[in-house]
Design a protein around this ligand. Structure first.
Ligand code: MN
Length: 293
């Protein structure tokens, strides 16, 4: 008999708020700090649930702002997102693509709707995750990985039940393209009604799933719905997700915790208040690079 990993809780995101004028997001954490470091190495998740933006001559999004000490991971589901940073990186991602940006020692970037998409307007859906860096890598030089849909690992589920796209880590021997500093699994799963995905993830890894669309039965017991965030206990067992309707979409995140103090302040995530002060100072002194790019 399969032993299942217990569900610790099922949570909703915070009420929607705008990030700049381009991202209408619900924050799942650290909002209210209900999880503390329970989800380490994941430190923030903003979900822009499907939303239709009207056509706009002005490009919607967030202007130049800094980051240091962690990585931003942007997963596009609908619409087209553009990125530009002062380290010379530029990219446009669309449905199925992911940007994995290492802020490391510091950079400035802009995140916005791609110009033609902004002009047309339309359905927009994305997730942004912040992944912490361990002390040893916080000052790593900035890095940018553009991971296109075609590069993702893909595992087809038994009986035509759906598929698992592997962004990072490994599912059933299929590896994802993302290079990470600490061990992370990130799976984008699509299920048909009755389709089953079974994930074997290390007990010590903090593990959760967000239901983006449809509904799913977890571990042959609890049924969860669109917008639900399922956190699993760190106990041995498999995680089974069964689609309750066609086109059910789930993001599974699992990572080895980083057991270090976190001080998170605005766009910086460091280990101590002194390092946060240093980050603000370095930013103001222009040490994170040209603010006009
Ligand atoms: Mn940013």
């Amino acid at each position: 008999m399969t032993v299942f990993r217990k569900i610790e809780g099922v949570y909703k995101g915070a009420p929607f708020h705008m990030v700049g004028d381009g991202f209408r997001v619900s924050n799942y954490f650290p909002s209210g700090n209900r999880f503390g470091q329970r989800l380490s190495p994941f430190i923030l998740m903003d979900y822009n649930a499907p939303f239709v933006f009207p056509p706009s001559e002005q490009v919607r999004g967030v202007g130049a702002h800094p980051h240091r000490g962690f990585e931003t991971v942007t997963i596009a589901y609908e619409g087209s997102i553009e990125h530009h940073d002062n380290q010379g990186n530029h990219g446009i991602i669309g449905p199925g693509d992911v940007q994995w940006m290492t802020a490391g020692s510091g950079l400035l970037h802009k995140e916005y709707h791609e110009r033609e998409f902004a002009k047309r307007g339309g359905l927009f859906q994305m997730i942004q995750l912040w992944v912490n860096l361990p002390r040893a890598n916080k000052m790593h030089s900035p890095r940018y990985q553009e991971l296109l849909s075609s590069q993702m690992g893909r595992s087809d589920l038994p009986d035509g039940g759906g598929s698992v796209r592997v962004i990072a880590g490994e599912f059933n021997g299929i590896k994802g393209p993302a290079q990470t500093f600490t061990p992370i699994h990130l799976f984008d799963i699509e299920l048909k009604v009755g389709g089953k995905a079974q994930c074997s993830l290390p007990t010590s890894f903090n593990t959760a799933a967000l239901i983006l669309r449809g509904s799913a039965r977890i571990n042959e017991s609890q049924v969860v719905h669109e917008g639900d965030f399922v956190l699993f206990e760190n106990v041995p067992g498999e995680i089974q997700i069964e689609g309750q309707e066609d086109h059910t979409i789930i993001l599974v995140l699992s990572g080895e915790p980083i057991d270090e103090p976190i001080v998170m302040h605005g766009p910086f995530v460091m280990n101590s208040p002194e390092e946060i002060a240093e980050a603000f100072n370095d930013y103001q002194m222009g040490k994170m690079g040209n603010p006009n790019f």
